[in-house]
Write a protein that binds this ligand. Structure first.
Ligand SMILES: *Cc1c(COP(=O)(O)O)cnc(C)c1O
Length: 464
């Protein structure tokens, strides 16, 4: 399988290269040249298999010959052995035809582990083979950073730098990033918000001299391998609920559009997904895009679901590429308008296509907290605020009641204890393996929102 850039100017590359580089040299994102198909029989054949076996069958066509079958199976086994639920991503019923897909049983208690644990294994296998070193730099609104540090800590040939917005991540998120004591992981607190961190990250990737000199690699949600890993759980959940004989819908709490784009990937492969519902918090650029066709940035409003406090939704570019018939030049134009004019207007055709497969809903702060409370009352489940944004979205959106609705439960409630306690009076406890998190010493490097200052830190420690 070859990968092309959404901006049409970078050369085609294979899976391994796309995984190691992250962003394409023309500033675009890598997408597969075609969507591999699973037949209805192949999808039906996933019923009853282990998560690992489904992951192998779904991902194999995208990975091609980059790894042998035996290598890939070993990588997948190791990636998910640290998950604390034998089903890896269990589903739980919360209504007559409503389900939660629990994606938070990995080591850092958020869905980011599902992809990041896999990427850690893929990188290790790939680097061991080539003898290369890489410098991973990531920007995080909280959960990506902890998942990346957990996935790469102590791994050979890898130096990891994570930029997080100072003061805008939860204490649990921060401590998961600042307490690992491995010499190869570095948490950098940037004086700015998540969009600043992400912008500096993109600047570093667009500085090709710097990029090559430190062997820069990206594991942000724009990394194709992450999106691919996330497509797997759409299959396990849908098949458990009757696919391919029956359609299933998903509601996805969305920030960077990575998790929900993975649903689009699953659908493009042949999984009968009815609706993909984009659920946003008050940072609602994607909801406004569906409502009005105008994709315009506003300033980020900090919320009780901080992992979605984003206005620049990077993976949306991948969907734009599809909505505009894979025309790289159209995407370049839209991205220029976004960068220089703060937004763009979708063409009528693109907006119609968007609405054909996607719906959207927005949850205010009050609605998010009320949903945590109501969910506890109705089901005895304590949910995190991001998950609550999803549950709210699934409730208010127009839908076919005969189609099961699966809400992605993206984090464990103990990752956001203040918001949960504020909503329902219960302070969720950390699972046993993390009980001493608040006793461990922290290591923090503070840095200005300044490209040169950040580059100096990265270059100073890099081993490439
Ligand atoms: C990252 C994250 C999201 C948003 O996911 P995207 O792929 O950026 O849309 C939602 N909830 C939680 C808990 C997260 O960590």
């Amino acid at each position: 399988m070859q990968y092309v850039s959404t901006r049409g100017q970078a050369p085609k590359i294979g899976f391994e290269e796309a995984m190691l580089t992250g962003l394409a040299t023309d500033g675009g994102l890598y997408v597969p040249e075609t969507w591999p198909q699973l037949s209805q029989e192949e999808i039906a054949g996933l019923a009853g298999l282990s998560y690992e076996e489904v992951a192998f069958r779904v991902m194999k066509p995208f990975i091609g010959e980059a790894f042998t079958d035996a290598e890939l199976k070993g990588i997948i086994e190791r990636a998910y052995s640290g998950f604390r639920h034998v089903a890896r991503v269990p589903i739980v019923q919360i209504g007559p035809n409503d389900w939660l897909l629990e994606l938070f049983h990995g080591p850092t208690l958020a869905f980011k582990d599902v992809a990041m644990q896999l990427i850690g294994q893929l990188f290790e296998a790939s680097l061991a083979r080539s003898g290369r070193n890489v410098t991973i730099v990531g920007a995080t609104s909280g959960d990506t950073g902890s998942a990346a540090i957990e996935a790469f800590r102590g791994r050979k040939g890898v130096e990891v730098f994570i930029l997080y917005p100072d003061g805008r991540v939860s204490d649990v998120q921060r401590r998961q990033m600042t307490t690992p004591d491995d010499a190869n992981v570095h948490a950098l607190a940037i004086d700015g918000d998540f969009d600043d961190a992400q912008a500096r990250l993109k600047d570093m990737f667009n500085d090709h001299t710097f990029r090559d000199s430190v062997g820069l690699a990206g594991v942000n949600s724009i990394n194709w391998a992450r999106v691919l890993a996330q497509a797997v759980y759409y299959f396990t959940a849908a098949v458990a609920l009757g696919a391919p004989g029956r359609k299933v819908s998903f509601t996805v709490p969305t920030g960077n559009f990575g998790d929900i784009f993975a649903g689009y990937v699953a659908k493009s492969m042949g999984l009968p997904i009815d609706r993909l519902v984009i659920a946003t918090n008050q940072n609602d650029i994607l909801h406004r895009t569906l409502e009005t066709g105008a994709h315009t940035c506003e300033t980020v409003q900090p919320s009780v679901s901080p992992s979605m406090d984003i206005q620049i939704s990077s993976n949306f570019e991948r969907l734009l590429f599809e909505l505009y018939d894979r025309e790289g030049t159209a995407v370049v134009q839209l991205m220029d308008d976004l960068k220089w004019a703060g937004g763009f207007e979708l063409s009528q055709g693109a907006l119609e296509r968007l609405k054909f497969g996607f719906s959207s809903a927005r949850a205010s702060e009050e609605q998010t907290l009320a949903t945590i409370r109501a969910t506890l009352e109705q089901t005895e489940e304590v949910v995190c605020p991001h998950t609550a944004v999803g549950i709210h979205g699934a409730r208010v959106v127009e839908r076919d009641p005969t189609v099961p609705m699966v809400v992605l439960a993206t984090a464990h409630p103990a990752k956001f204890p203040d918001a949960v306690e504020q909503a329902c009076g219960i302070r969720p406890e950390l699972p046993r393996h993390m009980a001493d998190l608040f006793d461990r010493p922290e290591r923090i490097t503070r840095v200005a929102n300044d490209l040169e200052a950040i580059k100096a830190i990265v270059a100073g420690e890099a081993v490439a």
